[in-house]
Design a protein around this ligand. Structure first.
Ligand SMILES: [Zn+2]
Ligand SMILES: [Zn+2]
Length: 237
């Protein structure tokens, strides 16, 4: 029991510190790349940090329980021997996690734009206008909960090497931050070319925060494309 509680607490701390480090890092990068972009947003940033740290506990507790079960009880399909599956499975598993998370996110996010769930929960995320690098985890606790369960459930369904899982979490953290930071990190040729046609970066998610009624995806544009909710790329002044 103590080990379980410690694991939940440790994971909460890790998620919280990871948030502060990554969002803090990109906020500093913003100060260098776009001086003054966050100049008038101090009260909003304070709220973004508050909601995000609350989300850290909501993400941390299920992750900590699963990490404990993995170590103490042999739960999950997370493996440590890199040869337990063929090597080609490593990138495939990363892609499978991203596709599954994106699917879950697209449909729950789209649902949260219905009037009631929007008022109840998702309005917190859209209170950031425009969002900043600190808004990466700025969600109402109910919304944070819908996101917090994805990876802890997936590790019981899709086998993944522990390092590949680390890559998934790193992509999740960096994209969650950069998509909100108010300027585009990726070069023009990438976001206007075939890569940007299928992958979501800040230019795409910025338009979601502008218009609300489309661009619901997380990593990929195919669900938005298939269901007619893709609004195209936004613009940064
Ligand atoms: Zn957003
Ligand atoms: Zn939204």
């Amino acid at each position: 029991m103590t080990a379980l509680l410690l694991s939940a607490l440790a994971m909460t701390l890790i998620v919280g510190l990871r948030y502060l480090a990554v969002s803090g890092g990109f906020a500093l990068a913003t100060r260098a790349a776009r001086p003054g972009l966050y100049a008038k947003l101090t009260p909003q940033i304070r709220r973004e940090i508050g909601w995000s740290l609350a989300s850290a506990a909501i993400y941390g507790v299920p992750a900590g329980v699963v990490a404990w079960g993995w170590q103490a009880r042999g739960w999950t399909l997370i493996y440590t021997d890199v040869h337990a599956y063929p090597l080609w499975y490593l990138p495939l598993s990363v892609l499978a996690y991203l596709l599954a998370h994106d699917t879950w996110f697209y449909w729950t996010h789209r649902w949260m734009h219905r009037p009631r769930p929007f008022r109840l929960a998702h309005a917190v995320h859209h209170a950031s206008r425009p969002p900043t690098a600190w808004a990466a985890m700025a969600f109402h606790p109910l919304e944070a909960l819908t996101g917090a369960l994805v990876i802890p459930v997936l590790v019981f369904v899709i086998p993944i090497h522990v390092a590949a899982l680390g890559i998934v979490l790193a992509i999740m953290t960096v994209m969650g931050t950069t998509n909100h930071m108010g300027w585009e990190l990726f070069p023009h040729w990438m976001r206007e070319g075939p890569v940007g046609n299928w992958l979501i970066t800040a230019t795409h998610h910025q338009r979601h925060h502008d218009r609300y009624n489309g661009n619901y995806g997380l990593y990929f544009r195919h669900w938005d494309r298939l269901f007619g909710t893709d609004l195209g790329l936004g613009r940064f002044d």
